[in-house]
Design a protein around this ligand. Structure first.
Ligand code: ZN
Length: 434
């Protein structure tokens, strides 16, 4: 039944998807990317941050992507066009910015991230838990798992994107009593954060298989709604065209004109909460869009949040990277209600994570831990939907040769296992009745 229903809703919502899927075949990293370079730039002071902002303004056309918007004590990775490498290097030197150009080219780095060998050990329904998977494999796993565990799960297509890919929500309940508090988890809002998508998919698998007493306890107490890949268009673009792409693929122009940087909306700035106070320009990676909820992806989250509002208890938004377990607010330095409780839960989570592989996470309100950001899903869930607990988690970087979003495939499994351990500890420490 699940399978048939999925197929029908797929046809209803995403009738043109197959056309898009065929055209994707030609989109792979290729020799066009030859000669492009990556620079690591270290933001040691506020002066460095301002200097990099000046370079950004001057050098709109020579840098393909910036891996982060800038904050002190972070590392920014620049993906630089072949004919602009010298210009960028001169600018960095002129501003005294600590930096290094990676020996490997951009093309080498993205090719090495994925191991061509496929071990059958972690395979399920064509998806491999120890690899970065394409959209087709993710789709096949979600359909396969929810069909296999149909007594306790349901796959919903919440919306279809402008490139006509389905946005899935996996509903999980031990009893479908419709009375238990709901925990919602959102992943993959930012295209290049592949580890986030992998985390949600791992959580779904763990919850459905219920191999430990702790998981059974959690499932007796809560229902789950998990959106494993909120931004599938951006994800496919990041996998095939531009590894560090962040936004969705919103484009007002004709489709042939859309393969440029001035495309897309930062979905995590598009929620109706202090909308667009940051005022990033349209071509920036953090552009908020023309109005709140202008995008199918954010509409999907809003609609689910509103539909489940009465029972919605906790909201988790998973990102990569930064090793931070954060809670509201992102929009301002204001201290949220439940501050002590969310801090306590976050500390329990990061303690549990540390015990697994020694990974260290920072804890605190997002605006204080990183920077202020308006229009985020976490703040919307917390302030407008009024969930008791809201968290935004930035997963850690790779342990060996850390390079931001780049996660070599052998490092995926340990990251997923420790992240689940943290999430499980956090959920077990919550009190839904207080
Ligand atoms: Zn993110």
């Amino acid at each position: 039944m699940n399978l048939i229903w999925n197929y029908i809703s797929f046809l209803i919502h995403c009738i043109n998807f197959l056309v898009v899927a065929v055209s994707e075949k030609n989109n792979t990293f290729n020799s066009n990317h030859e000669g492009q370079k990556l620079f690591k730039v270290y933001m040691n002071s506020e002066k460095d941050v301002q200097a990099l902002k000046r370079i950004e303004e001057k050098c709109q056309d020579c840098i393909i992507q910036w891996t982060d918007y800038f904050a002190q004590n972070t590392k920014v990775i620049l993906h630089v066009k072949e004919d602009s490498v010298n210009e960028v290097r001169d600018d960095l030197l002129k501003h005294n910015l600590t930096h290094e150009m990676l020996k490997d080219s951009y093309l080498d780095v993205v090719k090495k991230e994925r191991n061509p060998l496929r071990s059958p050990q972690h395979d399920e329904f064509g998806y491999n838990y120890a690899k970065h998977n394409g959209f087709g494999a993710i789709r096949s796993l979600l359909i396969g798992l929810t069909n296999k565990y149909k007594r306790i799960s349901r796959l919903e297509i919440v919306e279809c994107t402008i490139e006509i890919r389905p946005i899935y929500a996996v509903h999980i309940s031990n009893d479908w009593s419709n009375t238990k508090p709901i925990i919602m988890i959102e992943c993959g809002i930012h295209a290049r954060e592949w580890a986030s998508v992998e985390a949600c998919i791992y959580f779904i698998s763990v919850l459905l298989k219920q191999k430990t007493e702790n998981i059974k306890r959690i499932m007796d107490q809560y229902d789950f709604v998990i959106l494993p890949l909120l931004n599938p268009d951006g994800y496919v673009y990041s996998m095939s065209k531009s590894r560090f792409w962040r936004k969705n693929r919103h484009c007002d122009k004709q489709y042939e004109m859309c393969d440029l940087n001035c495309v897309g909306i930062d979905l995590n700035r598009n929620f109706d909460i202090n909308f667009c106070e940051d005022q990033s320009p349209q071509c920036a990676a953090t552009y908020c869009g023309s109005k709140p909820f202008s995008e199918k992806e954010t509409q999907a989250v809003r609609n689910i949040l509103k539909r489940l509002q009465k029972r919605l208890f906790a909201f988790f938004d998973i990102h990569s990277y930064g090793a931070m377990w954060m809670f509201p607010y992102a929009k301002s330095m204001e201290i949220p209600r439940n501050y002590e409780e969310m801090k306590r839960l976050s500390e329990i989570a990061v303690e549990a994570i540390k015990k697994v592989n020694g990974s260290e996470y920072r804890v605190g309100p997002a605006a204080r831990v990183v920077y202020t950001a308006s229009g985020s899903s976490m703040d919307y869930a917390f302030d407008v939907i009024n969930v008791k607990y809201a968290f935004a988690i930035e997963l850690r970087e790779a342990n060996i040769n850390p390079l931001g979003f780049i996660m070599h495939e052998e490092e995926i499994q340990p990251l997923l296992e420790e992240t689940w351990t943290g999430l499980e500890a956090c959920i077990l420490a919550m009190n839904p009745y207080k």
